[in-house]
Write a protein that binds this ligand. Structure first.
Ligand code: SF4
Length: 793
């Protein structure tokens, strides 16, 4: 069909895949032909002023916008000449500002290239406002579309669950491949996020090679997170060299290496330190994905002409709201404004989407459509197009149990059928058939023991671990398998949730309170506005309450500061020490607050770790020999071993609650004094009355250190006392624990060994329960091992 359009002096506007096809046909001709190519996306971009990272940078800094919001503003600048509405005036002033700075540019001659040419547009089906604008600038064009079939009475498939739907698709694909269809002729379209896990699981069981075109944003890759941490303290170039050497990136993953270079090049205009524009670099990484590699079956999230031509197309999730996509009136320009400007409103776009979908579906020769009624995200309805197109729904599809394409998947099914039978007495029709075929299956014989790692794997991961911290040691000692999953396999979900956001926000603002020109509102708003987290309306309401709480906690902290002679304060102090002599391994820690007193050529200090309401505070050191509750002790160890603080005399070490859940109020208590009480420094203090008086000048009336009071005789009572010898003993215990940790890591000894002890259970909040299948016999009872014997009890 395409050949007839290949004539001299033609300009093709086509998607890149079709361009490849046209070039292939052109190459087969026996003479040179003068044709040119572009895409509709490029034409749309050339209609208006274009921008680059400098414009985003300017809006984030001058207008205090998040990068994502700056991008929305920039995308809407194209409409600001369409009228004189208030919203457009604002856009216009931003546009003029950016033009003055030279951050907007336009290729005035772009559309002249179409003059005196025949323009053929193929592969585009959405006739939206921007497409219409492009067409209005081309004199001689022809839109070419494939013939469409009537879909009336075409059979489509309904499934109870998403898993059933994916299983059906996998079976059909296996059958196609079995009959000789090449996998690269098979496309799965409309694969959104909720399908990915099931496709991975089921397709692997069927041994079907596939590539999820899920556009994983680079920002989520552990290696990119590590790179971003590196540019906080190194130049972009140095960080890249460090990463390149550590992972041999050019050899092992050149695509990621090139992407990092690409992102760096986008900011080569920036003269300052790259650590100042981390927000923008993170944003750019989050909008950068790896290009698709050409392997086997490709899945895509959208239906377009490139995926449907000459292919076997499996269209999944033919559900309401998904297919066709439904636009809502939630964009920067509201429908009301769009209507007045002659732009496409959400309802007009919905009609266009529907038309496009009908046309595209009609183009596919080998089309299989399916949908589900339920998934983890809830209940789903079929697409409205089912009725509109007169499709015939098959609601009770059953695959032939006598034909199997995957023994592995059959065994999984047998397991789930046996589960139903044993647990709920539900006997599936095919249970006997499966059972007789796979009688020797290993049902209920799963062994969850960690079986070790071979030397090459150990050497490989050891290259990736060059530092330990309190939290990684805490994971290791609570359960070695947690450490393996989190710090070696990096399985932890890195997305910031609301609790983490609050913790970071409180820590950030508290790190600024001792600044001379500290302004609560400025710092609070700065952090909130620059955070990437999306707050729900419930979060926003909660944030208002927490803001008040933080404000009152800061008042208390400043009050405490007024009452201490330990006036020199260091905040968010990062300390790193070498812990392995024969190859580099560091112990690092960030201490929230060190308060110091310098007197008579001596330095006295206390260490404070802020805790938010959800973190547990324990000053029980009964289990430190087993590595439990080491946080404050590790900070003492870091101070003692670092060059900067080796001479310091430790007076106390504490947790301080900075975001308490509402303290329970009694009738007698007034809320303020209750809060004061909750936020007292909670830990241990050296039994030295003189130093206590200097640390807390209010010791006689209203001490801010828990455990300190004054007797009638005027003598200071300290119920949380600690001696210098005990501090030394604990520092030695930390050292022994570090040596033990290094041995466990070097030997790859990541057993499932969660600890249970008085008031503690390592599995309680562990996110990996679904992976480890922990059993009772895996648990290590520390009390039975001789924990719980501390001189402090
Ligand atoms: S759930 Fe328990 S046993 Fe499993 S990884 Fe977590 S801590 Fe270890």
């Amino acid at each position: 069909m395409l050949s007839k359009y290949i004539v001299d002096n033609t300009f093709f506007i086509v998607p890149s895949k079709l361009k490849e096809e046209l070039l292939f046909l052109i190459n087969k001709k026996d003479h040179l032909i003068n044709v040119s190519f572009t895409t509709l996306e490029e034409c749309k971009a050339k209609l208006f002023l274009e921008y680059d990272e400098r414009a985003i940078f300017h809006l984030t800094r001058k207008h205090n916008l998040k990068p994502a919001n700056a991008k929305i503003i920039l995308e809407n600048l194209k409409y600001c000449d369409l009228g004189d509405l208030e919203v457009l005036k604002e856009l216009n002033s931003i546009k003029n500002e950016l033009i003055d700075l030279g951050y907007l540019f336009k290729d005035e001659h772009y559309f002249k290239r179409f003059k005196n040419k025949k323009v053929i547009i193929i592969g585009y089906y959405l006739e939206d406002y921007l497409t219409r604008e492009v067409l209005s600038r081309i004199d001689n064009y022809e839109i070419v579309r494939n013939d469409t079939r009537d879909l009336n009475n075409k059979e489509i498939y309904e499934f109870e669950t998403l898993s059933d739907e994916v299983e059906f698709v996998a079976t059909k694909i296996a059958s196609l491949i079995h009959s000789g269809v090449s996998p690269d002729k098979i496309k799965l379209v409309n694969v959104n996020k909720e399908y990915e896990l099931e496709i991975e699981r089921i397709f692997r069981a069927f041994n079907i090679g596939f590539k999820l075109d899920n556009k994983i944003s680079l920002n989520n890759l552990p290696v990119i997170r590590e790179f971003i941490d590196l540019i906080r303290v190194n130049s972009y170039q140095d960080a890249l060299i460090l990463l390149k050497e550590k992972y041999d990136l050019v050899k092992t993953n050149p695509r990621i290496y090139n992407k990092i270079v690409e992102v760096g090049n986008k900011y080569n205009w920036y003269q300052g330190d790259f650590s100042e524009i981390i927000d923008l670099i993170e944003y750019t990484f989050s909008n950068t994905s790896l290009s698709e590699s050409k392997v086997n079956i490709v899945t895509t999230s959208s239906l377009n002409i490139e995926n449907v031509l000459d292919n076997y197309v499996f269209l999944l999730s033919f559900n309401h709201g998904v297919c066709p996509y439904i636009h809502k009136d939630d964009e920067y320009l509201s429908d009301e404004v769009k209507k007045r400007l002659g732009l496409d409103t959400s309802s007009k776009l919905n009609k266009l989407e529907k038309e496009m979908m009908k046309n595209l579906l009609g183009c596919v020769e080998n089309l299989t459509i399916s949908y589900k009624l339920e998934s983890n995200e809830g209940v789903h309805l079929p697409s409205l197009l089912v009725e509109e197109l007169g499709l015939k729904v098959c609601k009770d599809y059953k695959s032939d149990p006598l034909i199997s394409y995957s023994k592995k998947y059959d065994l999984y099914k047998l397991g789930s059928k046996l589960d139903d039978f044993i647990n709920y007495s539900i006997k599936d029709d095919t249970l006997s058939l499966f059972y007789s075929n796979y009688r020797n299956s290993s049902y209920r014989s799963y062994d969850n023991n960690f079986t070790g790692l071979n030397k090459e794997t150990r050497d490989e991961y050891m290259k990736k671990i060059d530092r330990l911290s309190f939290s990684s040691l805490d994971d290791l000692f609570n359960c070695s398998f947690t450490f393996y999953l989190k710090h070696i396999l990096k399985l932890e979900d890195r997305e910031t949730n609301f609790n983490m956001f609050i913790g970071q926000l409180f820590h950030y603002v508290l790190s600024k309170v001792y600044d001379k020109d500290f302004d609560f509102e400025t710092e609070f708003n700065y952090f909130v506005n620059n955070s990437e987290i999306k707050l729900t309306s419930k979060d926003e309401v909660l944030l208002i309450r927490l803001k008040d709480e933080l404000r009152s906690i800061i008042e208390i902290i400043l009050e405490q500061y007024a009452q201490t002679s330990f006036k020199k304060v260091e905040l968010e102090k990062s300390i790193s020490i070498d812990i392995k002599n024969y190859s580099s391994m560091y112990l690092t820690g960030v201490i929230d607050k060190i308060m110091m007193l310098e007197e008579d050529d001596k330095r006295y200090a206390v260490v404070v770790d802020y805790k938010t309401g959800n973190s547990s505070i324990s000053h029980d050191f009964s289990y430190v020999e087993h590595g439990i509750n080491l946080q404050l002790l590790i900070y003492l160890y870091l101070l003692r071993k670092s060059k900067e603080y080796a001479d310091i005399f430790i007076v106390g070490f504490y947790y301080q609650l900075i975001a308490a859940k509402d303290p329970k109020l009694s009738f007698k208590d007034d809320p303020e004094s209750k809060k004061y009480n909750v936020t007292k420094l909670d830990g241990y203090t050296l039994n030295n009355a003189e130093l206590i008086k200097k640390l807390d000048n209010s010791y006689a009336s209203n001490p801010f250190i828990r455990g300190i009071s004054t007797l009638k005789s005027g003598e200071i009572k300290n119920t949380r006392e600690i001696s210098e010898e005990t501090i030394k003993k604990y520092i030695d215990i930390v050292e022994k624990n570090i040596e033990r940790a290094l041995r466990i890591i070097e030997n790859g000894d990541f057993k499932i060994n969660p600890k249970v002890y008085k008031n503690g259970d390592s599995c309680k909040h562990c996110p990996f329960k679904d992976i480890c299948f922990v059993r009772y016999e895996n648990k290590v009872n520390l009390d039975k091992l001789g924990g719980g014997n501390s001189e402090m009890e």
